[in-house]
Structures are given as structure tokens and as C-alpha cells.
Write a protein that binds this ligand. Structure first.
Ligand code: SGN
Ligand code: CA
Length: 529
């Protein structure tokens, strides 16, 4: 009996030891951050607009070059991350008119049950109350850049300042004042930036003023040879991008979107600086020679600069948070993850926004730092996905992964292992049509080189060979030379759909008369969410 008692005590001691040893997880997550805009990824833009703090995370940890999403849009990406499941199983297909079912199994809930303290701060965008968190404060819907409101369990609050700073302040404050030192913690720091309308903090409004950013090769893409989807979209810099909200021209007038979202929320000092900026842009825009190609080029410069100004503030704040972890001695046993909900077009194909399975919006940044476990400066090129995040976090914490989750734990990759049977194909499915930016619904499969895409509303197929055509300009679907590839990829698509339990047939089309189809705030059953 005594031996048994001792054994139980020993077992208990080892369990409590491993519980307190379990690493903390800090998940820093942004909205619409294109990989092209992180200098660690080595694209041209990074030479002009470096991101030193993100680069440091990559230098000290691992950078994933092929992290792709299941459905390239905000809410659906977030729902996939929480549940480890595709949209058709977690129920959150589209931003609009859907509400996340918070009674589902999610990784924060499982971590919390296993003894983690869980906290969520920032953008949520799932239209239902967060579940599985000891602490949460979320932006209503898309949130605002200036003097943002937050929904908390105690009600709505408004905070002075710029949203990226405020979210970071709140994260730091939570670490300092609410963290339970007897428990490991999982903190989700979810930024609004750099989401449209790309409003920078006032002190960075003149950053890059003297720089002319290189244009993407495909800024004037004519979509020749592609399916009708590329022609049909409504997300071009030339036509869709608007002047007051996006380009901040004539935007100091009450009644404009920018006035409502930004100008009216500024302090008098901020307002002076913003109004001067708007005046100077309006003057440039009023130049009678600014038209046609010159106008598109000018719009591109305004857009990319505002976007990268938001990124600079994001990068500064990431630095601030990571330094705080260093200062408090937490870094050593904390896994820091950086990702975005999807990628974004920075003028490629003439576009902004996302949604397509083409590279810039399908791929998302993914960087992980974990001292002592991840070899500094690692680069991984396996196909990984936001589908894998939930299981990875559970695995890091030593928590069992539910069989119903559909991803793969990336822990072996973090540890530098080269698993033999890594996934060969990734399945993608986008649903929000008709709706913002009018991208046809499509599904597809990717094998690391080829992409087979089916725009099923118009029954048009595309095969892209990203090795020979990295800009994704040529549809090889009807090219005889690729017929074997097409056949193989079609089979893979069928297999993936069976594996992931995708319902047979084409999903019911969206109701064209749905009054919510263009409503960015979506149907909200809980006030403000
Ligand atoms: C808003 C934007 C769209 C954007 C969607 C979805 N319009 O509706 O341009 O595609 O969000 O973005 S805006 O007038 O509000 O700027 S997502 O990140 O939430 O998926
Ligand atoms: Ca987004």
C-alpha cells in the first residue's frame, strides 16, 4: 500500500511538473498581411520597407514558405484556425450572414481544460461571443483604426489611440496584471491592421514619401487566357479602389467613409496632420494630366504606401510585445507564432483584396519562434496550412488532438524533422459569391507545383504550373501536354474531397436577393459583433 501511495505521489509530482513546464503560446495574428510585405520572405518590397521585428522572429525561429489557407477570407480562416476543420464542417463559410457556432470543439477550449490560462485580444470577426477564453476583449466586426471600441463580457468600451498600439498595450497589460504565474498561458493578439482602408497611425503618414515603390509585373494584367473569373472580379486598383476611403482624396468632408471611420475619431492634433495629408493628395489628384495609366500608377503608390505604413506600425508593435516577453523572462519558455488570416494582392494582377486561390492570397505568412526547440533561421517548404494550427498548438502543449480535427500537427517540422509521408495535396474552397469583390466560388487542389481550380458556378477549369509560370498567367487546362497532370490533379481533388468529407455536388447558390450580400458588417445577432 505504501509503495502504491509513493507511486501515486511520484506520478502526481511529475504531472504537475510537466504542467508548469508546458510552454506558453503567444499567437500574433494580423488581417490581410501579404507575405510579399515581410522582408524575411525576400520579396522586392522588403528592400524598401523592411520589417525588422518580424525578421528577427524568423531569424530566431522558422519561416514557412508554403503555408496556404483553406478559404482565403477573414472569418472562415479564423474558424478553421480555432476548430482545425474546413468551412463545410465548422459551418463558417463566409464573412457575411454566418455566425460561428461557439459550442464546437476549439483548441483554446481544449488548452483551457488542460490547465492553460487563455486570453483573446483584438479582431475576432466571427459574429458570436468568444468561447474558451478566461479573458477576451474583441473589436466589433472589422473594428476601427482610431479610438477603437472593444466588446468585453462587461459591455462595450472605447479606447483612445491607434488600434495596433491599443491591442498591443492590452496584451502587455494582460501579461503583467492578469496572468496566473502557476499556469501556462495561451494569448491570441489579433490585429486589425493592415485591413482595408489601410489607415496608418498619424506619426507614420509621411513615411515613404520620397520612395517610388516598384510596381508588380502584372499591375496591368489583362487576364487574357484565364477563365472568366479573373475578368469578372471587382477588386482592381484601377476601377474598384475608391478615392475617398481608399486613397484619402477629398476625404475630410463629412459624409465620406473615411471621415466617418477615421477623421471624426481623431484628436485635434491628429486631425491637423491628417487634413494636411488629405489636402496634398487631393492636390496631386487634381492634376489634369493624372489619368489613364498614370492614374493607376499613382493609385498604386498611394495604396502600397498606406498599406506598408500600417505594416510598419504592426512590426513596431510586434517588437514591443516580444521585447516585453524578453524583459519579463517569459521568452525562454514561450512559443511566439506570427500569421495572418490570409494573404493579399499588392497590385499583382492589378488587384487588392484576396479570395482567389492564386498565390498572393492563398499563401499566408507563418513564422514560429521557440527557443531551444526550433533551430534558428530554419526555412520550411512543406505544404502546411491554417488547418494545422489547432493541432500544432495542442501538440505543443502535450494535449491530445481530437480525431475530428482535419489538419496535421506541425510539431515534427518545428523540431526539424522531415516526415516521410507529408501531405502531397492541399484542398481549397472559397464560397462568398455573390458578395464583396465578386470572386466566383471555386475549389481546387495544390501539390506544391500545380494548381487545379474549378470555378463551378460557370463550370470553368484552370490548371496552373507555378514552376514555369510563377506569376500564374497561363491556363494550361486545355493544353494537351498537361493532360496527364490534369487527370492526376482531378483524381487528387476527388480524393481530397472524400478524405475531408466535402458534401457531394455544388453547394446551393447564395440567394442573390440576400440583403446582406454587400453588407460588410454582416448580419449580427449579438449587438455589435
Ligand atoms: C470589408 C472590405 C472589403 C473586404 C471585406 C472582407 N470593404 O467589407 O474590401 O474584402 O471587408 O475582408 S470595406 O469597405 O469595409 O473596407 S475580411 O478581411 O474581413 O475578410
Ligand atoms: Ca482578412
Amino acid at each position: 500500500m505504501k509503495i502504491l501511495n509513493n507511486l501515486i505521489i511520484l506520478l502526481f509530482a511529475s504531472l504537475t511538473l510537466s504542467a508548469s513546464d508546458r510552454p506558453n503560446i503567444v499567437f500574433i495574428f494580423s488581417d490581410d498581411h501579404a507575405t510579399q510585405a515581410i522582408s524575411a520572405y525576400g520579396f522586392e518590397i522588403g528592400k524598401y520597407a523592411p520589417t525588422p521585428h518580424l525578421d528577427r522572429l524568423a531569424d530566431q525561429g522558422i519561416r514557412f514558405d508554403r503555408c496556404v489557407v483553406t478559404n482565403s477570407i477573414c472569418g472562415p480562416s479564423r474558424a478553421t484556425i480555432l476548430t482545425g476543420k474546413y468551412s463545410h464542417l465548422n459551418g463558417f463559410y463566409m464573412n457575411e450572414a454566418t455566425q460561428f457556432d461557439g459550442s464546437q470543439v476549439t483548441f483554446p477550449k481544449l488548452l483551457r481544460e488542460s490547465g492553460y490560462q487563455t486570453s483573446l485580444i483584438g479582431k475576432w470577426h466571427l459574429a458570436s461571443e468568444p468561447t474558451g477564453f478566461d479573458h477576451w476583449e474583441v473589436l466589433p466586426g472589422q473594428g476601427l483604426y482610431y479610438r477603437p471600441e472593444f466588446i468585453t463580457p462587461e459591455g462595450m468600451i472605447t479606447e483612445d489611440g491607434y488600434v495596433t498600439d491599443v491591442v498591443t498595450d492590452k496584451a502587455i497589460e494582460w501579461i503583467d496584471t492578469e496572468r496566473n504565474p502557476d499556469k501556462p498561458f495561451m494569448l491570441m493578439v489579433q490585429h486589425k491592421a493592415p485591413h482595408r482602408e489601410w489607415s496608418p497611425p498619424t506619426h507614420l503618414l509621411d513615411l515613404f514619401d520620397d520612395i517610388e515603390f516598384p510596381e508588380p509585373e502584372t499591375l496591368f494584367d489583362t487576364y487574357e487566357g484565364r477563365t472568366s473569373a479573373a475578368h469578372h472580379q471587382d477588386m482592381t486598383i484601377s476601377v474598384t479602389m475608391d478615392f475617398d476611403r481608399d486613397l484619402k482624396v477629398n476625404a475630410d468632408q463629412p459624409g465620406t467613409t473615411l471621415y466617418q471611420r477615421v477623421i471624426s475619431r481623431l484628436t485635434p492634433e491628429e486631425r491637423k496632420i491628417w487634413e494636411a495629408e488629405i489636402r496634398s493628395r487631393t492636390e496631386e489628384y487634381n492634376d489634369p494630366d493624372l489619368k489613364g495609366v498614370a492614374l493607376v500608377k499613382w493609385k498604386y503608390q498611394q495604396y502600397i504606401k498606406d498599406y506598408l505604413r500600417c505594416i510598419r506600425s504592426l512590426d513596431d508593435n510586434i517588437g514591443r510585445l516580444v521585447e516585453h516577453l524578453d524583459k519579463t523572462g517569459l521568452s525562454e519558455n514561450t512559443v511566439v507564432i506570427y500569421a495572418s488570416d490570409q494573404g493579399f494582392y499588392l497590385g499583382e494582377h492589378g488587384w487588392f483584396d484576396k479570395r482567389f486561390m492564386y498565390d498572393e492570397s492563398y499563401r499566408t505568412p507563418f513564422i514560429v519562434k521557440w527557443p531551444g526547440t526550433i533551430k534558428p533561421g530554419s526555412v520550411n517548404k512543406h505544404i502546411v496550412s491554417n488547418l494545422d494550427f489547432a493541432q500544432t498548438f495542442l501538440d505543443i502543449a502535450g494535449v491530445e488532438q481530437p480525431a475530428e480535427m482535419q489538419g496535421i500537427s506541425l510539431l515534427p517540422l518545428l523540431k526539424g524533422k522531415e516526415p516521410e509521408n507529408w501531405r502531397k495535396y492541399h484542398y481549397y474552397h472559397y464560397y462568398e459569391y455573390p458578395g464583396w469583390h465578386m470572386v466566383y466560388r471555386h475549389e481546387g487542389v495544390y501539390d506544391g507545383r500545380f494548381k487545379l481550380i474549378h470555378f463551378y458556378d460557370v463550370d470553368e477549369w484552370e490548371l496552373l504550373d507555378t514552376k514555369h509560370d510563377p506569376l500564374e498567367l497561363n491556363n494550361e487546362y486545355h493544353n494537351e501536354e498537361y493532360s496527364a497532370v490534369v487527370a492526376r490533379m482531378k483524381l487528387a481533388l476527388k480524393d481530397m474531397k472524400a478524405k475531408y468529407q466535402v458534401p457531394e455536388g455544388i453547394p446551393a447558390p447564395r440567394d442573390i436577393d440576400d440583403p446582406w450580400r454587400y453588407a460588410s458588417g454582416a448580419r449580427r445577432t449579438i449587438e455589435g459583433l
